[in-house]
Ligand binder design. Sequence first.
Ligand code: C2E
Ligand code: MG
Ligand code: MG
Ligand code: MG
Length: 287
Amino acid sequence: HADAAMYQVKYKGRNGVFFYDDELRQQSQNRLQLESELYKALKNDEMTLFYQPKINANTLKVEGFEALIRWIHPEKGMVSPADFIPVAEDSGLIIPMGKWVIKTACQQLQAWRQAGAEPITMAVNLSCHQFSDHQLLEAVEQIINETGVESELLEFEITESVLMQDAETAMRVLNEMKQMGMKLSVDDFGTGYSSMAYLKHFPLDVLKIDRSFVMDIPQDKQDITITTAIISLAKALELNVVAEGVETTEQLEFLRSCECDQIQGFLFSPPVPSEKAGPMIYKPFSV
Ligand code: C2E
Ligand code: MG
Ligand code: MG
Ligand code: MG
């Protein structure tokens, strides 16, 4: 079989398809380069966190922030996490990077709290490898002790696929996180491969409605139906519900009318550096 496969590859090559091989080689070279640049970036302090507010749908007060990583590349400028998180995941670099994110986010929250801010939450995204890392909980505990942050204000955002890949591990980690006082959110809810059963078994606190369902409200009737259903599901299960990617006042009005708890999106603010995020704590938004 192997010989046959090899022959086919060579045969294809001779028939002019070889340039796909070059493309593949180029791709893996780019990836290797990105990987080594990423490694240096972490060492050289090229990473920073931006913060996007989560706003109470009724009072329009900031109730928390989500920390989102940004890479300020010396030549390329800002690189999107969508482009480098997958590489960090594959290379294992996500573990030290993720710890840096949790620590920096906690330090920032603590700085705001010590400057007099009310209790607001700080959410950190956890990817697949981070979540299954055996040292995660230990690292989090250490960060909480070092920074003095109130664990009740720390929230982790996990996607459905992270929960589903190994339900037993997920259950154990979530239970421990819960015991430590942290809040747990399901990110991009409704887009992953998942089962409804996990909603009742896992100790969750928040559902975040994915942006793809919010985007075409109020024009798209199906999105209206799905969003309404997610909100009532969350209510029935006594979970808080947040809408991501809210960009228009029509979307806000709709979400308010179905009693969505919190709003996140460009309508109020994109993710911003801490200097711009801080003042939002004291000044409610208006529409
Ligand atoms: P996510 O956690 O679902 O974050 C929401 C993404 O939507 C963010 O993109 C945010 O900038 C964007 N967004 C927020 N509001 C709006 C809106 O109104 N309109 C539009 N068009 N977009 C909006 P970002 O920052 O590029 O992050 C992308 C993804 O990368 C995140 O999705 C998350 O999965 C991952 N990510 C970001 N930072 C981290 C991190 O520190 N650790 C890990 N593990 N993953 C991260
Ligand atoms: Mg998130
Ligand atoms: Mg999300
Ligand atoms: Mg999303």
